[in-house]
Design a protein around this ligand. Sequence first.
Ligand code: NAI
Ligand code: MG
Length: 484
Amino acid sequence: MAKKKQIEWDLAKAPESRGHVKLKERYDLFIGGKWVKPEGGKYFATIDPSTEKKIADVAEASARDVDKAVKAARKAYDNVWSKMHPKERAKYIFRIARLMQERAREFSVIESWDGGKPIRESRDIDVPLAAAHFFYYAGWADKLDYAFPNRKPTSLGVAGQIIPWNFPLLMAAWKIAPALAAGNTVVLKPAETTPLTALKLAELIQDSGLPDGVVNIITGAGSTGAAIVEHPDIDKIAFTGSTGVGKMIQRSIAGTDKRATLELGGKAANIIFEDATINQAVEGIINGIYFNQGHVCCAGSRLFVQESVYDEVIRKLKHRMRSLIVGDPLDKNTDIGAINSKGQLDTINKYIKIGKKEGAEFYQTECDVPRKGFWCRPTLFLNVSQSHRIAQEEIFGPVLAIQTFRTVDEVIKKANNSPYGLSAGVWTDKGSKIFNMTSQMRAGVIWANTFNKFDPTSPFGGYKESGFGREGGIHGLAAYLNMN
Ligand code: NAI
Ligand code: MG
C-alpha cells in the first residue's frame, strides 16, 4: 500500500466553526487603556501553524514603546490602583473572569488557530482554567491579611511579565490575575507566534472598565522582552520560557532591586511501577507527553518503566499511540495539533536525529498528516540511557525517551539525575510508595496516578534549572507582595 495507513479509527471531520470569531487585520499596542501605534511603525505577522497562512499583523514594540507602557502602568499604580479599596479591585478581577467565561468559545478558537493546539484542549483546559485563575485571585484581593497573617503584605508596584507560546491565554492569566489581586499594575508581552488571545484579552479588559493603564499588553519578540526586563522602573519580572533566556534575565537584573520569578524548562520523570493499574498508566503516559504536542514545560518526557511490566506497557503504549489523530487543530477529534512554529519543528527534528544517532530505538506512528503546516507524529525512543541527550535535554515536542528500572532507589537516582526539577509522575497502587517517592524526588510538582493536572489553588514551579518562585495558590500571590 503506497499510502500510509490512517489510524484504526476513521472519524468524520468535526471542525469547530470560526464564523463567530472577530479579529482585526492589524493590532496596535494596548497602552494606558488605548490602542497605540508602535513608535517605529513596525508590524509582524502571526501565522496559523497548521496552514502557514497569515492571520493578522501585530505591532512590534520598541524600547520607547516599552517605556510608554511602563509609564502608563506606573501612573495607574500611583494614582488609581494602589489607592483603590481592595474590595473594588476584586470586582474588576471578577468581571474579567466572567467576561472570559462568556467569550470562552471565541478565545478557544483563536487560541487553537494562532498556536496550533487542539480545540478540545483550548476549549476544555486553557480557557476555563484561565477564567478560574481570575476567579480564584479575585477572591483573595480583599483578604491579603488573612492569606498572610501578621505579615502586613503590600504591593510591589509595576510588574513586567513575559510569557511563552505553549499556553498563551493561560500564562497571561497566571501572570495578570495574582499581580492585580496583590495591587500591582502590569506590562505583559505575549510570545511572538501567539499574540492574539492576549490582544483579545486587552479588548476584554477594555470592556471590563478596568482603569486605564492597570494592564498594558505590548507585542514583540525577544528584544521587546529584553527592554521590559531592563526598564529601570519595573519592580518585578515574571518570566515563563526557556532556561537560556531565564539565565539572561537573571544576569540582566543582577545588582538591581527587581524581584523575579522564573518558570523555565523541564524534563519530567514519569515512573510506572509494576503494581500500577497499567491501562490507566498508559493513558497517563499519553497525556504526559502528547498533550499540547509535548509543548509543555512539565511534560512527562522521560518515562521509567519497571522491568517486570516493560513489555506490557510498551505494547499497550504503541497500540494507544496508533489511535492518536494528528491534524487540524480546529477539528474536535484531533489529539495532536500543529507544532507551534517552523523553528520549534526544526528543534524537535534535530533531537529525533540525535536520538537515532545516539543508538536509541526509534518508533513513530504512521498516521497521515496534512501537507502544509508544521507536524510531528507521536514518537518514542526505547533503550535510552541516562547519558543520552534525548534523556537530558528538553525537546518540547511529542517525543518520549523510555528507560527501565528495577528498584525504587535506582529510579529515584535516575529521576533526580537531571538539570531540571519541575514536575514528575508516579504510578503505583501503594500509597506508602507514593509518599516515599515524593519526599525524595527533587521536583516542584509530583502527580500520583495522574499527570498534567492544574488548579489555580495549587502552587506550581521548579527546582534547579527549572527556575524559582511559585505561581498559583497563595504562594503565587506572595510573589507579588512585600511582606513587612
Ligand atoms: P523563549 O524563552 O525565547 O521565549 C519565551 C518568551 O520570552 C517569548 O515571549 C519571547 O519573546 C521572550 N524572549 C525571548 N528572548 C528574550 C530576552 N532576551 N529577554 C526577554 N524576553 C525574551 O523560548 P523559545 O525560543 O520560543 O523556545 C525555545 C525553547 O524554550 C523551547 O524549545 C522549549 O524547550 C523552551 N520553552 C519553555 C517554555 C516553558 O513553558 N517553560 C515555554 C517556551 C519555550
Ligand atoms: Mg501564530
